[in-house]
Structures are given as C-alpha cells and as structure tokens.
Design a protein around this ligand. Structure first.
Ligand SMILES: *Cc1c(COP(=O)(O)O)cnc(C)c1O
Length: 406
C-alpha cells in the first residue's frame, strides 16, 4: 500500500477494528488551514467540540481532550486520580485489559487481575459478580479503583458496564470506577453519567472515525476531587489546567487543531444519524457478520451471545490453520486488511472490524474477501457466509421495500 511506485486499483478495505476508515468529509475538514490556536476562531471551535463530545459520552461533566493515542488517555486516567502503591482492581478480558494492567504496574500501582481461568477469560465479558465478591472482601477499602474495558477489541466482547456499577454499589465500596471505551464509543450504547463512571477513557480512531491522534478522559466530579489530592506524578496529563483553559475553548498548549476540525465533523455526522441509529447499525452489521461466520462453520471468539461485540467479530481458525497466514493471503490478493490475533490469541484468530464509517455493502465486500481467501487458504467452509449475510441484510425493512417483479 505505501510503496510510492505501486497503487492498487480500487479502494483499500480497512476492516481492522481501528483505525477505522476515515470518511472523506473528515479528511476534507482536516485539510482546512491550521489556525492560530490562541485566536478568536479557535475558541469557538474549541467550545463547540467540547460541548459536542459531551453528548457522545452522555455526560454533563468535563471531557478532557489530549493530543495522544488512547494509551496516553489510559495513563492520564490513572495518574490524575491515584497514589503510588494504590491497589487497583482490573479484569482480564483480553489483550487491552492486560496492557492497561501492565501500565498500572509500571506507574507504581498494585493492580490485581481478576478473571476466568485460561482462555475462557478471553472469550467472555467482565464478571460483575466476581468484582462484587472481591470488593466485599476488601473490608479495609484498600482498593482505590476498579478498571474495566467496555469493548475488548482483541476478542470482540462488550461487557455490561451498568452491571459493574451495580456490583460496586452493592458492595458499598468507594473505589473509583474507570472504563476504557476506546473502541466502543459511538459504536455501542454508553452512558458516562447514568452508569456512574468516574473516568471514561476513549480514543479518536475507532467509532469516532478520526485518524489516530487524539484521546479523551470524561471526568466525574468524584474523579476531579480525587485528582486534587492524588500524588502520582503528572504534568502534561494534568486535568485541572486543561479544564481551566477549556472554559473559553482553549488549551494550555498547542492542541491538535486539524484533528479537532475532523472531530467537529464526526460529532455532526454521528448526531445527525442519531446515536441510537448508530448503535443499531453497528448491531445489525455485527449480526450479519456472525451469520457469515456461522455459515462458514467457523467459531466466533466470543463464547457468550449476551456480550457479542457490535464493533468487531473475532473468527477462530480450525486447529492447525495459522490465522496470520490467512490474513496475509487475503491482504495480498484482495487488498483487504483484517485484524491480527493479539496476545494469547496470536495466530489462532483474525478480527473483522465493522465499526465507524461502515455499511452493509462495505461489510459484504469484506466478507467476500474473507470467504475467497479462506477457500484459497484451504480452510474447509461448511456453506457460503456471504449468502447468509446477504439473506440477512436483504430482508425487507419493515414496510419500506417494494417488490417490482411479479
Ligand atoms: C485501540 C485500543 C487501545 C489502544 O489505543 P491506542 O490508540 O492504540 O493507544 C486500548 N484499549 C482498547 C480497548 C482499544 O481498542
């Protein structure tokens, strides 16, 4: 793709679960001239995106925007609120939960990793009952935060965040509640205020459809209060200075101006479609994808239908098939990128992203690439997944479709 002397015809199918394809409207907005980040137009832009992004997180409280990838916003969530040596309860849902836990360790926190044994943890959602039991046992309240990943992008599992909140409340525990929505925001229903989340971490390059490069912390009043006494070192990530500057639409340092243009457009597109319609579209695409995988006779990585991800579908390979070799073949033959297996799932699965700027025909093309590639790779397929997805997507919409043939 990147070699300067070779441009494959047609468009590249970027079907990894983030970065997701950037709509032309966002790319055009990003090409506007970079303006003075202390000038009057900038303040108006800043106020507009800061207001709009709160609607996406469903919060009335501040959302801090960083010029960083999602990993930076993970670090910001921890360093703004916690003290060296604090115990943090995390839940092993997959690779991203594991990386966040490693970060907590490297920052001098004491994370405790709850989870199901073996590979089961990587095929199921967060178990709120296990969190509740652990918090009940923490009678001297040493645990300062509970951290979970909403949509585990390495596996295709979307956990029930409201259930985790209920578990914390049922245990009567004062720990802060932090949630990674880097791949779920603007794909799956999410309610920062209603679900009592203290810090929501997110990123630009998945459901929000932007290129990589900005990330977010939505901050509750309780988290903001914790930041006043928290002693982990932080400077660039410090909330208060940014929130103070944001009041008039500015940042204490140079913000990512052109990505904020794109964010402005993305918020406009998402709110125009309507958040509930965006979520329903993702659910529908995910269902069509799963029907294809089942028709192929392959196994879906997520083992619990209640927590299937609307963002991506993990496809397990039969024993003896190297998923990365299949991905490579599909990329080379059909100019289609699929997500690799991460961590414990390396080589055992690939991931089909159906997030952001994606519709039924986009996904059909991706599924066609998968089906042809799987056949070429010699993976035995039970039936055509493409036909199964077409049958699902082609069902008449309620009352809307008209037959033209007798
Ligand atoms: C992508 C992703 C991350 C990492 O974000 P970067 O932008 O790559 O730093 C973390 N958590 C989840 C759930 C993700 O999907």
């Amino acid at each position: 793709m990147l070699t300067l002397d070779f441009h494959p015809a047609g468009r590249h199918f970027l079907q990894i679960p983030g970065p997701s394809p950037v709509p032309d409207r966002l790319l055009r907005a990003m090409s506007y001239p970079t303006i003075d980040h202390r000038g009057p137009e900038f303040g108006a832009l800043g106020l507009k995106v800061l207001d709009g992004i709160r609607q996406i997180f469903k919060t009335r409280h501040p959302v801090v925007i960083y010029g960083a990838s999602g990993t930076g916003a993970w670090e910001a969530a921890l360093t703004n609120t916690l003290n060296p040596g604090d115990a943090v309860l995390m839940f092993e849902t997959g690779h991203f939960a594991t990386l966040w836990k490693k970060m907590a360790e490297s920052l001098g926190l004491k994370p405790e990793f709850l989870g199901l044994p073996g590979i089961d943890g990587w095929r199921n959602g967060v178990r709120a009952d296990m969190i509740e039991a652990r918090l009940r046992a923490d009678t001297d309240q040493r645990i300062k935060a509970v951290c979970v990943v909403h949509n585990e992008t390495s596996t295709g599992v979307t956990s029930d965040i409201a259930a985790v909140r209920r578990a914390i409340d049922a245990a009567g525990h004062p720990a802060l509640f932090m949630v990674d929505t880097i791949s779920s925001l603007a794909c799956a229903d999410y309610r920062h205020d209603e679900w009592g989340v203290d810090v929501t971490v997110s990123g630009s390059q998945k459901g929000l459809m932007l290129p990589p490069g900005i990330s977010f912390n939505a901050v509750s009043p309780k988290a903001l209060a914790a930041s006043e006494t928290a002693t982990l070192p932080r400077s660039y990530w410090g909330w208060q200075e940014i929130i103070d500057a944001n009041r008039t639409g500015y940042w204490p340092y140079t913000p990512n101006t052109n990505l904020l243009y794109a964010l402005h457009e993305a918020i406009d597109m998402i709110l125009a479609e309507g958040l509930d319609n965006v979520f329903a579209r993702h659910q529908r695409l995910a269902e069509g994808c799963r029907r294809a995988v089942r028709a192929w006779g392959l196994e879906i990585q997520c083992a619990d239908a209640a927590v299937y991800s609307p963002v991506l579908t993990g496809v397990m390979m039969p024993d003896g098939v190297d998923a990365d070799a299949v991905r490579k073949l599909i990329y080379e033959r059909f100019n289609l990128s699929l997500g690799t297996g991460l961590g414990k799932m390396k080589g055992r699965m690939f991931r089909i992203g159906h997030l952001g700027d994606c519709n039924e025909l986009t996904l059909m093309a991706a599924l066609a690439g998968c089906e042809m590639g799987l056949r070429l790779a010699g993976v035995p397929l039970a039936q055509s997944g493409l036909a199964a997805a077409a049958a699902y997507f082609g069902e008449p919409a309620a009352g809307a479709d008209r037959r033209v043939a007798a």
